[in-house]
Design a protein around this ligand. Sequence first.
Ligand code: IVH
Length: 706
Amino acid sequence: MTAEIAVDALRVKEAEAELARLAQLLKAANQAYHAEDNPDLSDADYDQLKRRNNAIETRFPDLKRSDSPSDQVGAAPADGFSKVKHAVAMLSLSNAFEDDDVVEFDARIRKYLGIPQDSPLAYTAEPKIDGLSLSLRYENGVLVQAATRGDGEVGENVTSNARTISDIPQTIAKAPDLLEVRGEVYMGHADFEALNERQTAAGGKTFANPRNAAAGSLRQLDPAITKSRPLLFFAYAWGVLPAPLAKTQKAAIDQLQAFGFSTNPLTALCDGPRQMVAHYRMIEEQRATLGYDIDGVVYKVDDLVLQDRLGFRFTTPRWAIAHKFPAELAWTRLEGIDIQVGRTGALSPVARLHPVTVGGVVVSNATLHNEDYIAGRDSKGVEIREGKDIRVGDWVQVYRAGDVIPKVADVDLSKRAEDSVPFRFPDLCPQCNSEAVRESGDAVRRCTGGLICPAQAVEKLKHFVSRGAFDIEGLGAKQVEQFYTDKWITEPADIFTLKARFGSGVQQLKNREGWGDKSASNLFDAIEEKRKIPLDRVLFALGIRHVGDSASSLIALHYGDWPTLNAAMQEAAGQEGPAWDDLIDVDGVGAVMAGSLVNAFAQARERASIDRLVAKLDIQPVARPDTQGSPVAGKTVVFTGTLEKMTRAEAKARAERLGAKVSGSVSAKTDILVAGPGAGSKAKKAADLGIKTLDEDGWLALIAGA
Ligand code: IVH
């Protein structure tokens, strides 16, 4: 910061100039922080500028500017866009990479729905636009809200910005009372080049690719800026509707077009995988001349009733898939190999590359997976890359697909230096010097230091505060590292005692680089707010190996609350007996995950750390979704025999959606047995136990309308 005249010594002219300077600096800082997600001032510097501005205004009230930063306290700068909770979650798509994956996709759907191979089943195929998705809400035909995808549940309100996009109708004639249209905001190649030229000429920020340009342009706090950016929109989906738009995906898209939306002209109807892949090839051939970025082709089941029956699994629909284009490649020099230690102790080799542009993005790091990968073999000892190993100094091929972490795919032996030596993978942890061992069957070598390894402890903490876990605002990876280094936080429980250990806390924190009054007290508020937290988030946040986001949700749903989960984990510790069987019976939980989970609860050190954490929290039970009015909520149901109207998988998913627990065996806990033709011993056992037994029609009648 430049030398400043003390406020008391300022003369009127200087004060006026200084207020102008401060207004400009603070405006730029807000812009960088909120609109570009790229803060250029520390919180402390920001606070200092703000205090100086206020002090000058107090001394010279007449000089206060109409755009004074002191009038913008908190609100706009602190919050950026307001949040919008999506009435229907905005989903993402699972990916296919090979033609065979498309065949499997079709087979999976047929199996789920029980549609034989020789019966027709239609799909749409359309380009996957590389932009950002947007949900538009129309009430009585008038655009009332536009929201970004955000995390799929909650997005940002960008209504004023969306209104400036010419492809988005402001009003729709003959629209239903309520209509949510979803699609992709993107920027064309020519517009992107021209924008970057304009930005360069004006000394502004340039964008790495059209997608970033589109995202950066839509997420502007000033809609006038968005208006000056040439954004376009393709409609391809919908959210809330009072009634279906049509019977098929294709007809629904045509209806959106009739409403005035742009829909992609390369959308085709296909009768199966062969036509789908043919359409994919056709689009791939046109890719370079389309004038906008696409990164694959999306296939969707055409019949909307079938889409509904298929539903979704976690965050992706079962009825759609994205067939991605092959990744882009480039060659560069491997300058070094670093070893990073992850939260589960895994030693991961990272390639340090001479920077190279791959698909419009500069890449200087890439993953090398594990020691076998470097040595030229897979985890079963089978050669990869024809057995070529990777050495520091080699020319390597870098591969990157969409958001996937770049990887080193190949090596050019003709360019290898004569004195090069094979890479020797360390057998000691580079962070704590503990032995790094590789257990049989494990592809990676792991540090055995546990929580004494600073890298593991820090990575666990970073995971703990990450999105999807505790997601504490103001406590990101950088802050966690700082606090860990200072020994203020060494395990998750410490986060919740931070404030108490420092009295009001603000004073100590404030003296630290990067922390000001505002950010310190905001942090303590944010921590307080997260004491009350749902069970699935706590479980995920613990960072137990193999227990990811989806598994945590399923396990939480299964046990319902912390005491039940906790008791079950103790009972299952021996990895046998009813509690263990019950755990591995949970959909999506296998023996490996279950083993990792019960071990975490059984290990003294980890156990104690979990207990300390839980004592600080108010863990919310997880309720089964949408089960109000469901006649089978909380009931344990067993299906047996042949089902004729739906497959077993569909029956199970549907029952679970209605809040029932589906079990594989009949016991005294069973509430309902659904028995189809051919039911055997289970039906008999149910009869012996006096359990209510229904046939398939009886079951469907019971749940009809729920
Ligand atoms: S359908 C329920 N169709 O891809 C499925 N998505 O990877 C909703 N995308 O978040 C998505 N082009 O932003 C669909 N023709 C297309 C698409 C498309 C691009 C994006 C969309 C989505 C992401 C999933």
